[in-house]
Design a protein around this ligand. Structure first.
Ligand code: FAD
Length: 407
């Protein structure tokens, strides 16, 4: 171990983890990071996966997992783990959805066997993330609990990270760093200059809680659109026969204009007659917490740097209509692993080479993001047509599938 020249900015001095340079360091072991690590480890790459938490851990989320995400997990070898989690009741299978318009029109749709014949689930993140994290480790990624403070830069190139482990700041070196540290990403904030970060109209806030005294449609997820939060929505996602994830989310600029408190808005939602009559004990909620979302609808964001890539929420890949980001997190993780593997083989981890990742993300996600942003603005600017639209679309089962495929 040697002291890093100049020491760490907090004056403590960083200890060099001089043992060796890794091929890839993935910062953040949520769905995007653990998927990147799994895919790279399966290709035989030497991966160090860092997270400030150990697993299992909670993450504020609606917990809805689309069939597309399940399909990617199966392709990465997780079929047995998914079946086991379902058998333990940790993954709760969905059969359909209900969408309620501002004046109470309801559309229902079934969606068993979606993308590639897979099912969709509600899976609390305590369980869901643990599955992919375990897979990454079993495939050979080395996991270390450490809080990353900043990327390590040399001549403008990312060559590793500084991270606090057991109270000590250490330097970990690698050929490539993947920022998978979520919406408040430390890696992203150091690499993307502030004027090039997300603006309020491409961001959202959302609140999530669990409720156990609500009569449920046990295998149907429910979305409620109403004037106050459009183009956002409130949700009830059953995570079992007697427990549901509930919450609401809306665009950040809309929220700022409302001058309201999210917890009060949740109480107001539970107080709506159609919901209140389903409460057996007045609405007992637990684990109430809020968090931010960055949409993939903002143009020209940089995701590739010299020696580094951003994936999942760190890049900002959440669908602007549904608020779903897990599927895109998994997609970006697989694409990142593929591009990194090629770059390492070619011995070139420059931004020029890694920009292939930006192009492939655009090919895979941009057209959906653009459409979702268009629908989102229609919901916001023409609320009077929402009811008519829902009545019309209600005759088409396809709308539910489209909505869910964007999670
Ligand atoms: C209220 C709410 C509801 C949502 N509902 C849904 C839904 O139902 N379905 C859906 O698909 N999406 C939903 N989303 C979006 C979804 O939660 C995210 O898109 C998804 O979690 C992104 O995964 P990720 O791996 O990129 O980031 P995260 O899941 O945020 O994981 C990031 C990881 O990085 C770690 N980390 C962060 N900083 C550091 C650091 N400095 N050092 C080390 N580790 C660090 C964290 O501990 C965490 O484990 C919701 C979001 C919110 C806020």
């Amino acid at each position: 171990m040697s002291r890093l020249a100049g020491g760490y900015p907090d004056g403590r001095g960083a200890v060099m983890d001089a043992a060796r340079e890794h091929e890839v360091i993935v910062v953040g072991a949520g769905p995007a990071g653990a998927t990147t690590a799994t895919a790279l480890a399966r290709q035989g790459r030497d991966v160090l996966l860092l997270d400030r938490h150990t697993f299992p851990r909670d993450k504020i989320c609606g917990d809805a997992i689309s069939a597309g995400a399940v399909h990617i997990m199966r392709e990465l070898g997780m079929a047995d783990k998914i079946a086991a989690a379902e058998a333990r009741g940790e993954f709760h299978r969905l059969d359909g959805m209900r969408l309620v318009s501002p004046s109470g029109h309801l559309i229902r749709a079934e969606f068993r066997r979606g993308v590639a014949g897979e099912d969709s689930y509600v899976a609390p993140r305590r369980y869901f993330d643990a599955v992919i994290h375990k897979q990454a480790v079993e495939c050979g990624a080395q996991f270390v609990q450490a809080e990353v403070k900043e990327p390590l830069l040399e001549d403008g190139r990312v060559v590793g990270v500084l991270a606090r482990q057991n109270g000590e700041v250490k330097a970990y070196r690698s050929r490539v760093v993947v920022g998978a540290d979520g919406v408040t990403s430390t890696i992203m904030r150091h690499l993307r200059p502030e004027p090039a970060q997300h603006v309020d109209r491409h961001r959202a806030v959302a609140l999530r809680a669990y409720i156990e005294d609500l009569e449920l449609y046990p295998h149907e997820i429910e979305f409620f659109l109403y004037d106050e939060i459009l183009p956002g929505y409130a949700w009830i996602f059953p995570a079992g026969d007697h427990v549901a994830n509930i919450g609401l989310g809306m665009r950040l600029d809309v929220f700022r204009g409302l001058k309201k408190n999210l917890k009060q808005m949740l109480r107001d939602f539970l107080d709506m007659p159609a919901i209140r009559e389903r409460l057996t004990r007045g609405g007992v909620v637990r684990d109430v917490a809020s968090w931010q979302l960055n949409f993939g609808s903002q143009k020209r964001l940089q995701h590739a740097y010299d020696g580094a890539l951003l994936v999942g929420d760190a890049a900002g890949f959440i669908d602007p209509l549904t608020g779903g980001g897990i599927y895109n997190g998994l997609v970006s993780g697989v694409l990142a692993a593929d591009v990194i593997d090629g770059a390492l083989r070619a011995g070139d981890v420059s931004r020029e080479r890694l920009r292939a990742y930006e192009r492939r993300c655009n090919e895979k996600m941009w057209s959906t993001m653009r459409k979702s942003y268009l629908y989102q603005r229609i919901l916001m600017n023409y609320p009077s047509v929402v009811d008519a639209g829902i009545r019309y679309l209600g005759r088409h089962n396809g709308v539910a599938k489209t909505f869910l495929s964007k999670l």
